[in-house]
Design a protein around this ligand. Structure first.
Ligand code: AAL
Length: 415
C-alpha cells in the first residue's frame, strides 16, 4: 500500500515536470517558427545555378553556409567613402576632443547635433585618477552645434553639463543621442561617477526639454544600469579578474539610443561584461534593448538580451516596419547591416564595404526619408568621428552609396 502511494506521488511529480517542459517547449517552438535557428539548406535549381554550386552531392562547408543565407539581395548593400572634415567650429581643433556625435535632426530650419567634448591630454590609469583625465571621453560635457548645410557648423554651447560632486554623473557625461517625440526633445547619454577606475560601472542618464536649445532637465537617477550579477575577483583594479562574469552588460551600459517603435520606446545600448574576453571575432561586445511605455521610463531589459553577438556603437533606425542596425568594430559579425521585424531578433541583410574602415560612432541623419525599397538610404550622409591622435578627436562627415554593378571602364551599367 505504502509503495502504491509512493508510485502515485512519483507519477504525479513526473506529470507536473513533463507538463512544465511542454509549456516551455511550446513557447520555444513558436519563437523558432517565427525566427528559425537552423536555416534550411536551399537546394533549388535556381539557387544552385545562381551560386554556381553545380554538384550538390559534394557541398563544401562554405557552400552549405551560402545555401543557408536567409537574405542575399543587394538592396541593403552600401559602400562608404572616405570621411571628410567639417568646417567652422567643428573643424579639427588643437587640444580638443569632440566625438561620438548624436543623430542629426532639423529644427528651426537648421541641422542640430550633440556630442561629447573635453579638453587636454588623457593620462590613462597609471597616475592620480582623482586629478587626471583617464580617457578622451572622461571629464566631458555634452555640447551642441547647428548648421545650415551640414558642412559648416556653429558651436552653440553646453547642453548638459556634468553633475554636482556626489551625483551619479559627477565625473563625465558623454556619447549622447537625441530623440524628438511629440513636442519634446530627449537626450540620453553615458554617465560615470568619480572615481573613474577600470572597474567603475557606467550608467545611462536622460535629459529632456521642450526646445532643442534647452534648458535641459536631468533625470535624478540613471534610466539604465549594468546587470548586478557579476562578481569581481579580489580587490585589484583589473576588469578581467572575475569569479563570475554575469550578464553581457554586467560592467557597462553604453551608447544609448532611444527609438519610438510599435507604441513603445526601445532603448538600444551596448553592454560590456565583467571579465570581457577576446574571442574569435575580437572583443566580446554585444548589444541589448530595454523597453518602456514612456520616453522617461522605466526601461525594462528584454529577456532576449543580448540581441547581437557583435558590434560597438549603436546605430539603429526604423525601416520596412522593423528596426535596422549597423554592426561595426567588434565580434565575428562586425561590418554587417542587420534587420529585425520586432526590433529584437536581428538577421544579417548585408555586409558593408569601405575603403578604410566603416565610420565609427555614427550620428545618423534622421532628416533623410528612408523608402522601403532603399532601406540604407539613411547612410547617404551623416556624421562620425576620427582619431586625429589618442588625445584629439574630431567630428567628420561620412557619405556612402549603393553599388549595383561592377563594370570595366567605359562599359554601360545596364541589365
Ligand atoms: C565609444 C563608445 C563609448 C565608450 C567610449 C566613448 O566608442 O562605445 O563612448 O565609452 O568609446
Amino acid at each position: 500500500m505504502k509503495l502504491e502511494f509512493k508510485k502515485i506521488v512519483l507519477f504525479f511529480l513526473i506529470g507536473i515536470i513533463a507538463s512544465c517542459g511542454e509549456t516551455i517547449r511550446k513557447e520555444e517552438l513558436s519563437v523558432e517558427k517565427e525566427f528559425p535557428c537552423q536555416p534550411l539548406l536551399d537546394l533549388s535549381q535556381e539557387k544552385l545555378d545562381r551560386f554556381g554550386i553545380t554538384n550538390k552531392e559534394y557541398l563544401s562547408a562554405a557552400s552549405k553556409r551560402a545555401l543557408q543565407w536567409p537574405y542575399v539581395e543587394n538592396d541593403w548593400f552600401r559602400l562608404f567613402n572616405k570621411l571628410q572634415p567639417l568646417k567652422g567650429d567643428l573643424a579639427y581643433e588643437k587640444g580638443v576632443v569632440r566625438r561620438d556625435p548624436s543623430a542629426i535632426i532639423k529644427e528651426n530650419g537648421k541641422y542640430y547635433v550633440w556630442y561629447s567634448k573635453s579638453v587636454g591630454k588623457s593620462q590613462g590609469f597609471g597616475g592620480d585618477i582623482e586629478k587626471d583625465k583617464v580617457f578622451p571621453w572622461d571629464r566631458c560635457d555634452i555640447w551642441y552645434a547647428t548648421s545650415d548645410d551640414g558642412w559648416t557648423w556653429k558651436e552653440e554651447g553646453i547642453a548638459v553639463p556634468r553633475g554636482e560632486k556626489g551625483a551619479y554623473d559627477d565625473r563625465s557625461v558623454f556619447t549622447v543621442e537625441i530623440m524628438k517625440h511629440d513636442t519634446m526633445y530627449y537626450l540620453c547619454y553615458q554617465t560615470v561617477k568619480s572615481p573613474y577606475n577600470v572597474r567603475v560601472k557606467n550608467q545611462v542618464g536622460l535629459a529632456w526639454s521642450s526646445s532643442p536649445d534647452g534648458p535641459w532637465e536631468k533625470s535624478k537617477e540613471p534610466i539604465l544600469k549594468p546587470a548586478d550579477n557579476g562578481i569581481w575577483k579580489g580587490k585589484e583594479q583589473n576588469r578581467f579578474l572575475v569569479n563570475k562574469k554575469g550578464d553581457f552588460d554586467s560592467h557597462k551600459v553604453h551608447d544609448p539610443c532611444i527609438l519610438p517603435f510599435k507604441g513603445k520606446f526601445y532603448l538600444y545600448y551596448k553592454g560590456e561584461q565583467m571579465g570581457e574576453e577576446i574571442l574569435f571575432g575580437g572583443r566580446q561586445i554585444r548589444h541589448g534593448v530595454a523597453i518602456a511605455d514612456n520616453p522617461k521610463g522605466p526601461y525594462v531589459k528584454s529577456k532576449y538580451n543580448p540581441i547581437s553577438n557583435s558590434g560597438h556603437e549603436i546605430c539603429v533606425w526604423p525601416t520596412q516596419g522593423g528596426i535596422a542596425s549597423l554592426i561595426t568594430t567588434d565580434g565575428p559579425e562586425r561590418n554587417t547591416i542587420q534587420w529585425a521585424p520586432d526590433g529584437i531578433n536581428f538577421e544579417i541583410r548585408a555586409a558593408v564595404q569601405t575603403y578604410t574602415t566603416p565610420p565609427h560612432a555614427i550620428g545618423l541623419n534622421r532628416t533623410i526619408e528612408v523608402p522601403d525599397n532603399n532601406p540604407t538610404k539613411i547612410f547617404d550622409w551623416g556624421l562620425s568621428h576620427m582619431y586625429n591622435n589618442s588625445d584629439e578627436q574630431s567630428i567628420m562627415r561620412f557619405s556612402s552609396y549603393m553599388k549595383k554593378f561592377h563594370v570595366a571602364k567605359g562599359v554601360k551599367k545596364s541589365k
